[in-house]
Design a protein around this ligand. Structure first.
Ligand code: GDP
Ligand code: MG
Length: 309
């Protein structure tokens, strides 16, 4: 069984930095990590990547050749990757024996809540290579500083969860910068726990641009609350404790914490079918003797064998 993470989120939310930091952290705790760059426009990679989609296709070439803009170009690239899934599979095959995988995806969010090709790439890999993947969805924490932007982050997170159908962890990234955006309208746990969005309405009214969409925003908040799926954890990629807490969550979501359980299940079944070599169903000899002494006369005494027969 091979475990890993699908790292997604809007452009600039910190995906590439995350893959770099996360791979170093996982190395430190003894996991062999392979980072797979699936962003065909990811220039100047800070990490050493085990597989690079740019060896297959480059966004720049696609845009020039097919007169496409960056968004159309990326949809084309994902389509091309799906058609050439055998190429990716052959590159990953030697790694899956002993590596933990980190997939660095492009930031075009519509690839993950609208188009089907990125999802199909992921699903094919899961099926062919028996992967256990968690989607780690990064959203810049600065979106919390504006109620309208926060609602759009919630909506994006929800639609990505529903579309991808993977174990999913939403992350407010760059949390170390949150104070630099001014005082938040609520405590941080209001934004992470997503408990009662009705408190946002008052703040939305204060901005004339948001007030215009009051009814729409209210309805959207209700949709988000009715699903009850979205919450966030926070991340400062430079803080080991913050990364460690996130690793624990991800390990729970994709089952990494149960990775050794298959072996122990085999061990357990060996014990279960084997002969019982201890008398777990008998009263201990000392207890029987005590009962004897208390309730019975000598000639009525229980016949207790030395070897507990
Ligand atoms: N302060 C801070 N900056 C970060 C953090 N994560 C990413 N960044 C910065 O955010 C910018 C965008 O990051 P990048 O990884 O390229 O984002 P991507 O487009 O999602 O791959 C870079 O300048 C990073 O240095 C973080 O946890 N804290
Ligand atoms: Mg990137």
């Amino acid at each position: 069984m091979v475990f890993g993470q699908v790292v997604i989120g809007p452009p600039g939310s910190g995906k590439t930095t995350y893959c770099n930091g996360m791979s170093q952290f996982l190395n430190l705790i003894g996991r062999k990590v392979a980072v797979v760059n699936l962003d065909p426009a990811n220039d100047a990679l800070p990490y050493e990547c085990a597989v690079n989609v740019e060896d297959l296709i480059k966004l720049e070439d696609v845009m020039a050749e097919h007169s496409l803009g960056p968004n159309g170009g990326l949809v084309y690239c994902m389509d091309y990757l799906e058609k050439n899934i055998d190429w990716l599979q052959s590159k990953l095959q030697p790694l899956i024996k002993d590596h933990y995988l980190l997939f660095d995806f492009p930031g075009q969010v519509e690839l993950f809540f609208l188009h089907a090709n990125a999802k199909r790439v992921i699903m094919k890999l899961i099926k062919r290579l028996n992967l256990r993947l968690t989607a780690v969805h990064l959203v810049d924490a600065h979106l919390c500083s504006d109620p309208g932007k926060y609602v759009s982050a919630l909506l994006l997170s929800l639609s990505t969860m529903v579309h991808l159908e993977l174990p999913h962890v939403n992350v407010l990234s760059k949390i170390d910068l949150i104070e630099s955006y001014g005082r938040l309208a609520f405590n941080l746990d209001f934004y992470t726990d997503v408990q009662d969005l009705s408190y946002l309405h008052h703040h939305l009214d204060q901005d004339p641009r948001s007030a215009k969409y009051r009814k729409l925003t209210k309805e959207l908040c209700e949709v988000i609350e009715n699903y009850g799926l979205v919450n966030f954890t926070t991340l400062d990629i430079q803080d080991k404790e913050s990364v460690g807490n996130l690793v624990k969550l991800i390990d729970k979501s994709n089952g990494y914490i149960f990775a050794g359980i298959e072996e122990s299940a085999v061990e357990f079944s060996k014990i279960a079918v084997g002969p019982v070599d201890w008398d777990y169903y008998r009263y201990p000899f000392s207890l029987v003797a005590a009962v004897q002494e208390k309730y019975m006369t000598d000639d009525e005494s229980l016949d207790v064998d030395e070897d507990h027969d």
